[in-house]
Write a protein that binds this ligand. Structure first.
Ligand SMILES: [Fe+2]
Ligand SMILES: [Fe+2]
Length: 250
């Protein structure tokens, strides 16, 4: 037995990314609250001993199985700047694309269905605000944080101590990014709740169903995006900054 109960969700997902699909299905947060142990999460979800046993067996089964249920295969990068590039090209590009498409669908659905489904109006407003906040968040990452990470890697390459301005500590900037992630996580959960777990109501038209499908995919992509940043990129960038400060004096 691998004693998964006492491991953090983050560590489990880092060693077995194929479990992301299962954790999504069980609504276990592996990105913003990945530091929590599996045992604590299951207790919070009030799993009985029997349910816990079954779930742990399911984990073992998924790991042993050849079938990969993970929505995407997470690549491994030797350089952090390559990971930043991957995040921009894959996840940031996806957010930008959906920032155009999702509001168009919402507008149509609100027009046609708000009379019978008042929840779509509130969900639409929350989504528009979320997309706006994400736009500014991605901008901060692409123009401040990621270039700084690249600079730190260059310093390591040239064996130099980094020269950063007073507000340019990676740790400080990362705290802000993590807080943005936390807020986005709370908002997406609220939208999912309002829209009945993205289950289409009986009278939903194709556009309504498509919108729900898109919102579901958007949230799942955001989880993987935040996982790559919170659990891989950020800890490694902080480690790199600490290493440079303690190793190179000038
Ligand atoms: Fe990002
Ligand atoms: Fe981010």
């Amino acid at each position: 037995m691998n004693n998964y109960e006492n491991k953090s969700i983050r560590d489990i997902v880092l060693s077995h990314p194929q479990l992301i699909g299962l954790f999504e299905k069980k609504r276990i947060d592996f990105c913003c609250n990945g530091h929590v142990t599996l045992s604590a999460v299951l207790n919070e979800k009030r799993y009985t001993e029997n349910q816990k046993e079954k779930f742990l067996a399911k984990i073992e089964e998924e790991i042993a199985s050849e079938i990969i249920n993970t929505p995407v295969l997470l690549p491994e990068f030797t350089k952090l700047k390559e990971l930043c590039q991957y995040i921009i090209q894959t996840h940031h590009a996806y957010v930008v694309k959906e920032t155009i498409e999702i509001p168009i669908l919402f507008e149509k659905v609100v027009k046609a269905h708000a009379a019978n489904h008042q929840e779509v109006t509130e969900a639409g407003q929350l989504t528009l605000n979320l997309l706006k906040d994400l736009k500014s968040h991605l901008h901060k990452e692409e123009t401040i944080l990621f270039p700084l990470i690249k600079y730190l890697e260059d310093c390591k390459h040239f064996e130099e101590k980094p020269h950063l301005g007073r507000n340019q500590s990676i740790r400080k900037i990362i705290n802000v990014m993590e807080s943005d992630h936390q807020t986005a996580g709370i908002v997406t959960e609220k939208i999912r709740e309002l829209l009945n777990d993205y289950k289409a109501p009986a009278d939903a038209c194709t556009t309504y169903a498509l919108l729900l499908q898109k919102l579901d995919s958007f949230e799942k992509d955001l989880h993987i995006h935040v996982h790559l940043e919170n659990n891989i990129l950020f800890p490694k960038a902080i480690e790199l900054e600490d290493f440079l400060h303690t190793t190179y004096k000038r």
